[in-house]
Design a protein around this ligand. Structure first.
Ligand code: NAD
Length: 499
């Protein structure tokens, strides 16, 4: 067990600056209007730094820098860009603990996650796209005896990226790595709730990129996000966030006729067929563990398995087991590597989750465990802690239909296969899903029938760089990760050549 010191304490691995500016053209640049906002750690509820409050003027400055850098960066070879991405990965790996602590302090999530999952995954995404871009080739086809078609991959130029607060560094890297590998210059806007860890990251890796290739403008959605997403000087906008914001992003993009990728909300079903209970063995244990994944990252995951669908015939027994297991989830100091669940990322999110705990009760759902806030006392008294909560109710309830984005699962039962698929698909969303069955045929048929871009079968919450990720229905447009992500950041040029 390791307990990391709070930033600000003498033996902390991280020293945050008291003030963060924008990162433009390889330099720290103050906001044109001179305004800053306070950044709070959800661990204690205290302000720990202030951050530049960007406006349209800052976005224009960042776009100037990106446009100045894009032509030269776009002409580098895949091998050169691959080298840069690998160097970034190496530098991050050498500083893994420091980055993990910074991410935990900014977002509130448990350090065991940032240390073992978020940051290692971010590193691997840089390595994956460093390799992918070298493996990508154009092609040549013969059209007729005298004519050939050459296909080339070209960068789009300058692209905009807007990310949320639930995985600040990982979400940034999911977007940066493929865009950089493909040869684009970028203006990225972090979420206003969690800007600091990305600033720490760019303090660390900024010198590895030519100035202006990545520019970061901080600030709020309406003030900095909109002028970026609606700007005619970008050739693409990539967005992760709420479905309602995604609709706006599409409207802005339509004005400029540029492509969008949207990674939006979810209300993912996690389906447990009764054969999982056939034996008291490792699989039975793994399925129970799979249920508790709703609390991972404090439930602030777009693919949070927030609806548990359990076959009626074994539901009471299963729920009794998973309630006991949920109560073993270790809560406490997020900077303690034994802690399994940390603080919610912001006070707004904390209040939103509390309101859904009330809504669930008002709708008549039964609280099987949790249902309230967690008062950790002492220096954590001002932090945002929620008890992992299991509701039992019906799929028509708001707690089954609306994204809560907290450690809250709504459980219900189904009778047979068709009933399970009907309930699973009875949602606006289609991002993630889980299927648990010992029977390959059942699992396969369920996996194919669920309308979601990612279905985990007999596991949950793995995000490898080489597996495509994205949503059906209101969960988004396009895919992230996987080789196919490069297509989202490139133009295809065809030269049709007659000899
Ligand atoms: P949000 O939409 O409020 O904000 C996301 C980002 O958009 C922030 O940087 C914000 O400043 C910016 N923004 C807000 N309004 C804007 C506007 N009008 N124009 C341009 N930018 C604007 O979402 P959030 O609350 O930060 O994030 C949580 C949501 O993100 C959840 O719905 C979650 O499911 C979703 N999410 C999805 C994925 C995925 O891959 N599908 C991953 C993580 C989070």
């Amino acid at each position: 067990m390791t307990v990391y010191a709070f930033p600000g304490q003498p033996d902390s691995l991280v020293s945050f600056k008291s003030r963060y500016e924008h990162y433009i053209g390889g330099e720290w640049v103050p906001p044109v209007k001179g305004q800053y906002f306070e950044n709070i750690t959800p661990i204690t509820g205290q302000t720990f730094c202030e951050v530049a409050r960007g406006t349209a003027e800052d976005i224009e400055a960042a776009l100037d820098a990106a446009h100045a850098a894009a032509p030269a960066w776009g002409k580098t070879s895949p091998a050169e860009r691959s080298l840069v991405l690998n160097k970034i990965a190496d530098r991050m790996e050498q500083n893994l603990e420091m980055i993990a602590v910074a991410e935990t302090w900014d977002n509130g999530k448990a350090v065991r996650e940032t240390l073992n999952a978020d940051i290692p995954l971010a590193i691997d995404h840089f390595r994956y796209f460093a390799g992918a871009i070298r493996a990508q080739e154009g092609n040549l086809s013969q059209i007729d005896e005298d004519t050939v078609a050459y296909h080339f991959h070209e960068p789009l130029g300058v692209v905009g990226q807007i990310i949320p607060w639930n995985f600040p560094i990982l979400m940034a890297v999911w977007k940066l790595a493929p865009a950089l590998a493909a040869g684009n210059a970028i203006v990225l806007k972090p979420a206003e709730q969690t800007p600091a860890s990305i600033m720490v990251l760019f303090d660390l890796i900024g010198d590895l990129l030519p100035p202006g290739v990545v520019n970061i403008v901080n600030g709020f959605g309406a003030e900095a996000g909109k002028p970026l997403a609606s700007n005619p000087r970008i050739r693409k906008i990539a967005f992760t966030g709420e479905t309602t914001t995604g609709r706006l992003i599409m409207q802005y993009a339509s004005e400029n006729i540029i492509p969008v990728t949207l990674e939006l909300g979810g209300k993912s079903p996690n389906i447990f067929f009764d054969d999982v209970a056939a034996k008291d063995d490792a699989f039975w244990d793994k399925a129970q563990e799979g249920f508790t994944m709703f609390a991972l990252n404090q439930g602030e995951v777009c693919t949070c398995p927030s609806r548990a669908l359990i076959q009626e015939s074994f539901a009471d027994d299963f729920l009794e087991k998973v309630v006991a297991r949920t109560e073993l989830i270790k809560r406490g100091n997020p900077l303690d590597t034994d802690t399994m669940i940390g603080a919610q990322a912001s006070n707004d999110q904390f209040e939103k989750i509390k309101s859904y705990l009330d809504i669930g009760r008002q709708e008549g759902a039964k609280v099987l465990t949790g249902g309230g806030v967690d008062d950790l006392g002492g220096e954590f008294a001002g932090g945002y802690y929620i008890q992992p909560t299991i509701f039992r109710g019906d799929n028509s309830m708001r707690i089954f239909q609306e994204e809560i984005f907290g450690p809250v699962v709504s459980a219900t039962t189904f009778t047979d296969f068709d009933d399970a698929i009907r309930i699973a698909n009875d949602t606006l969303y289609g991002l993630g899903a889980g299927v648990w069955s010992r029977d390959g045929g059942t699992a396969y048929r369920a996996g194919r029938a669920i309308q979601a871009g990612r279905v985990w079968v007999n596991n949950y919450h793995a995000y490898p760089a080489h597996a495509a990720f994205g949503g059906y229905k209101s969960s988004g447009i396009g895919r992230e990760n996987h080789l196919m992500m490069l297509d989202h950041y490139q133009q295809t040029k065809n030269l049709l050549w007659s000899y």
